[in-house]
Design a protein around this ligand. Sequence first.
Ligand SMILES: Nc1ncnc2c1ncn2[C@@H]1O[C@H](COP(=O)(O)OP(=O)(O)O)[C@@H](O)[C@H]1O
Ligand SMILES: Cc1ncc(C[n+]2csc(CCOP(=O)(O)OP(=O)(O)O)c2C)c(N)n1
Ligand SMILES: [Mg+2]
Length: 331
Amino acid sequence: MRRGEFQIIDRFFTHDAFGEWRSQGVGDDCAIIDMPGNRIAVTTDMMAVGTHFLPGARPEDIGYKALAVNLSDLAAAGASPRAFFLSIGLPERDDEWLAGFSRGLMALAESSGCALLGGDTTRTAEVGGTHAPVTISITAMGSLPEGKGLTRAGAKPGDDIWVSGTVGDAYAALKHRWGHWQLMPDAAEALFPRMDRPTPRNMLGSALLDLATACADVSDGLLADLGHILERSGVSGSILWEAVPVSSALRALSPAAQQEAALTGGDDYELVFTAPPSAALRIEQAGLLTKTRLTRIGKICEKVSGDNLTVRSQNGGIVTTPTQGFDHFAA
Ligand SMILES: Nc1ncnc2c1ncn2[C@@H]1O[C@H](COP(=O)(O)OP(=O)(O)O)[C@@H](O)[C@H]1O
Ligand SMILES: Cc1ncc(C[n+]2csc(CCOP(=O)(O)OP(=O)(O)O)c2C)c(N)n1
Ligand SMILES: [Mg+2]
């Protein structure tokens, strides 16, 4: 029987083959993959307990969300999830934690047809009496049809701005857990899964391949990620605050808190995208087909100097927020 590091890999990170991309199995220096299809999209995201997950988070949720945020990046490219690599640094061996992590991870892997084809498992050292927290890096790969793929560039003046689902829920849940905001028990219960188990919008992303001109997933916040689209597309844009879809649980908060959460909170893993008005009907159909709420929230215009994104209110005013969104190294 293998011991130590390799026992962890055998027990928690080796699974029967599934999905369309197959390798020779975990155990060699490289995964060698025979891939049908023409293009691949690749993304990587690193996550640490304390930064991306509360220290008391359930290992099942950590495993699920670690993969979900990567699948969300693939969704933003319109790519279908196929394979991923998992690198994990652990301060100590805790089989109960690992079993929960692996269950949550593999539940989403299997339901999305995204196979774990390799990775790396290390112990994080203790330096000066402190251990680095559990740190996870996932690299995910997806397939795209020949010549296709969504990017943040491509938004054109006259395009509509759309967003999927509702935004701000995960942030409100986090603020409640931090004790900064007080949600009613029912509202809190409704919002926790939005923070712990976000739904990557891969079916929607694929359906948008022939419809959207630019797309991003909302990880840092609606304004920040829409801002990336505007910057990479060389355009400006404006959105109407009252059009931004927020859940009924969020509506119980003050208008300022709703704005902070929905516009700048992040952790939503919804898609924000642009498309010409001529595509609107087909986009609505894509929403129905993929059972995803889609809302038109604004318009793209020619690039203006100064702030390139304006949030207007029905009363004619301009909505301002303290930040545009989450920034790991905000001053
Ligand atoms: N350390 C790095 N080395 C190379 N590229 C990076 C690094 N960090 C971020 N990037 C790239 O910078 C861009 C912006 O990163 P990020 O905002 O994290 O994207 P996302 O929200 O899709 O994860 C992405 O294209 C990402 O691949
Ligand atoms: C303990 C804890 N603090 C803060 C957050 C909120 N949060 C952490 S990272 C992040 C933004 C997205 O993470 P990032 O690493 O920037 O992902 P990327 O944009 O690269 O996909 C948010 C909103 C959280 N989920 N948990
Ligand atoms: Mg990133």
